[in-house]
Write a protein that binds this ligand. Structure first.
Ligand SMILES: O=C1CCCN[C@@H]1CCCn1cnc2cc(F)c(Cl)cc2c1=O
Ligand SMILES: [Mg+2]
Length: 509
């Protein structure tokens, strides 16, 4: 059977694991658990993201680089205080051939320790600033938790940008510019609406100064998920790695540079899959679909005369040529021995946004019959208008996917000032916006006291997962209304402090 067996609504996790395989996005790397093979349909999405992002960061003056994938324990030493929490995730190489390595080397989990000794060497004068490098690579983090394709893997593709600036303000400006590009990847390419905001102390990158993030929402389980972060590092790393420039205003004085680091990973593909796909399989936003339209000749029966059949297939070739000229990524499915119904289900599973059917009846009426993957709506397009109507229809599908997701996120982002409504809201698949004091200890307590046993999610094998408490997702830059300082209390009933801001909380990945 080529269709889905698990249903999104009743067993989300099993549905997801089945879908990414049947839609030919990934294959499990059976040799070692936690690793996945990215197949062409997934690589096309990643390469589309890469092209879009590269074009924009180049305009900002970011240059591309490639650093070694191994780091020594010596350079790790420099950032040891914040690395210790991550130590269990480090993968080490201890032997080459049958010989032990004098000094074991670690596979990069991120590249600060690899890159920053060279930043110290290359960055001398303020004229070297802003200094901006980005690399596209893969990193290894030996996750202890259950892994899931795209969402949590032991090796994943990402880009990591690492920049240095003369002042805190110049660095902060870039953090937000990059965050806006990440939001663009989500919203303009993947049709995924995100809330932009700042991470709380508990959730930020411990080695950094502050962290900004794009938070998405998964309606099926009401959980928040992040897939891209842009960190202001302050001078933390330039002190650790002694990255300084001459102070342009005070002779002989040195300034530690102000740094940023920012990363977006293939996790964003998992978010897109979970958000848009359905029980027929993958649903691809047209802007990232390797095949945007599949053209299927129908009504070709054995009783058709050979010359009729050839003439019909010539028409099909012309239609493809028209669409290719209109920059539509179109394929013809003229496979022998498969019924139209089989082909329809196959391409629906693979997420192709638009199906075009062309049979003798269509030819006689000079139309093409289409079927939209997002709504299932069927209609016809006059052949003469194909080159304009198909691109327009693809844009309509892109817009519809985004707007449906945006409406769903907005209606499940509830602003609350009554604590007793928080857990019921979470159990109703919402994320909440509450007045919060922003204290780490208070956040720890909120996570504890919002655990509830009313709802369960099922794991990939159908096992009941304990429901979790809510974490802070971000402090949205767009605050719903001003918090009256010294008046509005933090919503946690155990907390006596005043609220500092409206903070978005939710169960999360
Ligand atoms: O998130 C980004 C964007 C791109 C560049 N890096 C930062 C921070 C990465 C945090 N982080 C994340 N995971 C880690 C895992 C580890 F094993 C070790 Cl040793 C360190 C880390 C670690 O520092
Ligand atoms: Mg981690």
């Amino acid at each position: 059977v080529i269709g889905m067996t698990a249903s999104k609504e009743t067993n989300f996790s099993q549905w997801y694991h089945e879908l990414v395989i049947k839609a030919e996005l990934v294959e499990y790397y059976n040799e070692i658990s936690g690793f996945y093979i990215l197949r062409p349909a997934a690589m096309h999405i990643w390469n589309t993201i890469r092209g879009w992002f590269n074009e924009r960061i180049e305009k900002m003056g970011v240059e591309e680089t490639s650093f070694p994938m191994f780091l020594s324990s010596k350079s790790l030493e420099k950032e040891k205080e914040h690395v210790e929490g991550f130590a269990p995730e480090l993968a080490w190489v201890t032997k080459a051939g049958d010989k032990d390595l004098e000094v074991p080397v670690a596979v990069r989990p991120t590249s600060e320790a690899v890159m920053y000794p060279y930043y110290a060497k290359w960055i001398r004068s303020h004229r070297d600033l802003p200094f901006r490098l980005n690399q596209w690579n893969s990193v290894v983090r030996w996750e202890a938790k259950q892994t899931t394709p795209f969402l949590r893997a032991r090796e994943f593709l990402w880009q990591e940008g690492h920049t240095a600036h003369l002042t805190e303000e110049l660095a902060a400006k870039e953090v937000l510019e990059i965050l806006e590009l990440y939001a663009g990847v989500y919203e303009q390419l993947l049709a995924v609406p995100v809330v932009r905001g700042k991470k709380t102390e508990n959730e930020k990158f411990a080695g950094g100064y502050w962290t900004s993030t794009c938070e998405a929402y998964i309606p099926t389980n009401g959980r928040g998920i992040q897939g891209a972060t842009s960190h202001a590092l302050g001078q933390n790393f330039s002190r650790m790695f002694d990255i300084t420039v001459e102070d342009p205003h005070k002779k002989g004085e040195k300034i530690n540079v102000w740094q940023n680091s920012w990363g977006l990973s293939t996790r964003v593909i998992g978010v897109m899959v979970m958000l848009h796909s359905d029980d027929k399989g993958l649903v691809l936003p047209p802007r990232v679909a390797k095949i945007q339209a599949v053209l299927i000749p129908v009504g070709i029966t054995a009783k058709m005369k050979p010359e009729e059949r050839t003439a019909h297939m010539d028409r099909v070739d012309e239609l493809r040529a028209d669409l290719k000229k209109a920059n539509v990524r179109v394929e013809i499915d003229d496979r022998e021995g498969y019924t139209p119904g089989y082909k329809f289900a196959d391409w629906e599973m693979k997420g192709v946004p638009l199906r075009l059917e062309f049979g003798p009846k269509d030819a006689a009426a000079s139309v093409v019959t289409y079927s939209r993957r997002d709504t299932g709506f069927k209609g016809t397009i006059p052949i003469a208008e194909l080159a304009t109507q198909v691109p327009a229809l693809l844009e309509e599908i892109q817009k519809n996917l985004y707007e449906k997701a945006d409406a769903s996120f907005r209606s499940h982002r509830v602003q609350l000032t009554d604590w007793s409504r928080v857990v019921p809201a979470l159990n109703d698949r919402n994320v909440v916006l509450i007045p919060f004091c922003e204290e780490p200890k208070c956040e720890d307590r909120i996570k504890e006291i919002t655990k509830s046993d009313e709802v369960h999610e099922l794991g990939p094998d159908g096992q009941k997962l304990p429901s979790m408490g809510m974490k802070s997702l971000c402090i949205p830059f767009e605050q719903p209304e001003a918090i009256v300082k010294g008046e509005t209390k933090c919503l946690n009933p155990e907390c006596e402090a005043f609220a500092k801001s409206w903070v978005m909380f939710g169960r999360s990945y």
